[in-house]
Structures are given as C-alpha cells and as structure tokens.
Design a protein around this ligand. Structure first.
Ligand code: ZN
Length: 398
C-alpha cells in the first residue's frame, strides 16, 4: 500500500508517529517503510529530507513505483514490524528546501509573465539552486525586473495553497507547469500569480521565502541557466561577501565604498612597477651577461654558456642571449614563463647553425623554433621541461 505522505497536508510537521510496515535493503543499508511519513522523498528537483526514526539517523528517502516511501537508515534499526515509532525530520534542511523550492516557483512565474521565458529544468543542490530557461539571451535589466517582481510577491506575503484538485477544478486552472505524474494532481497556487503541478513541500505564505537573489546567469547553447538563492542562503551569501569585502577594505585601510577606486589605482601602480622593473632589467643585462660568461663551459675549443634565467619579456631574454654570445661564446638560454622559451646565440666566427640546434633540442619535447645561424629561438608548451631541453641542446653540441 502506498505510504500516506503527511507533508502533503502539513509541510510544517516536524515530528510524527507511525507504524513500521516493511523492511528492505537499499545499497546494503536498512530501509524502512512506515504506514505514514512526514519525510519528503527525493523528487521533482527537491532533495530528500534527513532526520531520525526511532532515534536512528535517516540518510536518504526514496519512493518506489508503488508509492511506498523507503527511509534509508544509517544503521540497522532493531524495530519489529507493526511497532510504533517516532519520526523527526531535520528541520533546518527541510525549511531551506521549502524556501528554495517555492522561490523557484515564483521566479519561474516571473520570467514567464514578464518575458514569456519558460523554465525547462530545476536543480536544488547544497551549493547552488538553478533553473534553465528556454532562451539563449537575457539582459541585466531583465534579471533586475524579474528579481524585483519576485521579491514584491514575497513581501506581499501572499497565501500559498497546496492541494489535490478535482478534474472539475483542474479544468478551471491554467497551469504554468503541466503534471508529470498520472493520477490525482496536486497543485501549488499563489492566487493571481502562479499555479503549478507540484508534489514538493512549500511554505504557507510567500513571505517565508524571505528574499530571492539572482547570483548569475550563463548561456548554454539555446538555453540560459540562472543561479539564484533564497531566504537563509541569501543571508549567508551577504554575510560571506560582506566579510570578504570588509577584510579587503581593512587591509587597504579604506572604507568599503572606496574599494573599486582603490583597486583601479593598485592596477595602475602595478603596471607602472612592471615597466620600471623591465627598464632596470635591461640596464642590468651587460652585468648579467658578464656573470654568465664567467661560468662558461668548454666544449672542445668553444666556450658555451647554458643556463635558465628568471622569467622576463622575451625581448629582454633575446638581448641577454646576444650580449652573452658577443663576449665570445655560444649562449643556450632557457626560460620557463607562460611556456618554455629557448634561445641559442653565437659569437661571430663560431661554426654553428643556431636554428638547427634549437630545432633539435625542442623536437623531442614537442616544441618548435628556428632562426638565423647566429641567433634562433623557439618554444614548448610544457615549461617544466626547460632544464631537460637545455641538457638536450648541450648533448647535441658535444
Ligand atoms: Zn515545484
């Protein structure tokens, strides 16, 4: 026999008494069926309730094809068939689901009324709540208008009616969302605003949703996914963002209203500093070149500098390689930045095709390059292979 679902009549019912009618196993866990239950089984986009039965934790709740609600228990509960048990649902989680789910009804109705955008999917997760709309584009002004209308209806604290309707009554109602189940139809209504076929748990009045805020929207092919938060989640969002902004403002010793200007100034200063560093690095190149040349190896009669330098612009790297080579050697210079860079340069009079050496050193690592006999450069996607590439170039020389 199908389980009597107490939440249909009263979504605020937190504790109840019931009789154990069957036991089973779901994924190796004990599952209990009661004659009646206030636990909401996962469905319609709304996750299952958690809570306790006879003091044992309920991890998950699922309804089977016969309409029997199975409570998946954390541990084997030593309860006899026909025994009376007490059930208690985890209220914080359930009330959160009521706020998000009803907020979704209002939001979907607002999108449809203002812009004719229909909701084609709903997901209620622990991190994010989303709806998918049958539109490829949505403007910031539309988002604001929908948010305004939804919150207006929330703050009017309109009554919410959730009930099974007769065929006669159903014929008089225009449903925003058609039923997906056969049999008696349950309709959740906000008078003069929205009627949806829905088996979920809803508050008694729209005011309980508190507030709805649209976090972001993202185009997905021909649809748009809208992420939003209601009630307690909005408050937690605000607290988290406020704390974060406050911390950033305090670290800059400014007020929160000054953050945008301060960050723009920081960006400008950073750009200025970067240019200054580049200029100083260029001025240092002759000294740096002498330092590297002093550590040159000898391969046969030729002196060779092979080294990896700190990240900088490629132009500065090339200038350094040229100056090292001009002191009378072959310079093999590597750099790991956005990717792996390799430059080979040689002094006049040394027999070497730098382009061929760059190609030979990079090829085993999937890199490419080339250039003139006196200077050549190339790159490789994986910057971490730079040390091995320098060794490879040295081996080629030997
Ligand atoms: Zn619903």
């Amino acid at each position: 026999m199908p389980t009597t679902r107490l939440y249909y009549e009263d979504s605020y019912l937190r504790t109840f008494q019931a009789t154990l009618v069957a036991r089973s196993l779901i994924a190796d866990k004990t599952a209990l069926a009661l004659d009646q239950s206030a636990f909401y089984p996962e469905g319609g986009g709304q996750p299952a309730d958690t809570g306790t039965i006879a003091g044992v934790a309920v991890l998950d709740v699922q309804a089977d094809a016969e309409g029997i609600v199975w409570h998946v228990m954390e541990e084997h509960a030593a309860i006899n068939i026909n025994a009376s048990v007490n059930g208690e649902i985890g209220w914080a989680r359930r009330f959160d689901h009521m706020q998000q789910h009803h907020g979704q009804h209002l939001l979907s109705a607002a999108f449809e009324q203002l812009y004719g955008m229909r909701t084609i999917a709903f997901h209620l997760g622990t991190q994010a709540v989303t709806i998918d709309l049958d539109t490829a584009s949505i403007t910031p002004a539309q988002i604001c208008a929908v948010e305004d209308l939804t919150n207006e209806v929330i703050w009017q604290n309109r009554p919410i009616h959730a009930r099974f309707v007769s065929d006669a009554e159903l014929a008089t109602i225009t449903l925003r969302k058609a039923p997906t189940v056969a049999g008696p139809i349950r309709v959740v209504s906000v008078p003069d605003f929205d009627h949806s076929a829905c088996g979920g748990t809803h508050p008694s009045h729209t005011g309980a949703v508190g507030m709805l805020h649209i976090r972001r929207s993202e185009r997905r092919a021909n649809t748009t996914r809208v992420e939003f938060a209601c009630g307690g989640r909005t408050m937690h969002d605000l607290r988290r963002k406020h704390t974060s902004m406050q911390r950033i403002a305090q670290s800059l010793s400014i007020g929160m209203d000054e953050l945008e200007g301060a960050i723009n100034r920081l960006r400008e200063q950073e750009e200025h500093s970067r240019k200054t560093i580049e200029l100083l690095q260029e001025q240092l190149i002759p000294y740096e070149a002498q330092g590297y040349f002093a550590q040159a190896l000898s391969i046969g009669t030729v002196r060779v500098v092979a080294t990896q330098i700190t990240p900088r612009r490629v132009e500065a790297m090339r200038a350094l390689a040229s100056q090292v080579a001009d002191l009378g050697c072959i310079a093999i210079i590597g750099m790991a930045s956005d990717k792996g860079h390799l430059i080979v340069a040689r002094a006049e009079g040394i027999e070497l095709d730098s382009g061929a050496l760059v190609k030979a050193a990079l090829a085993p690592y999937g890199g490419k390059g080339g250039g003139r006999p006196e200077l050549a450069q190339g790159g490789v996607a994986d910057a971490s292979s730079m040390a091995a590439i320098i060794d490879q170039a040295l081996n080629q020389l030997r």
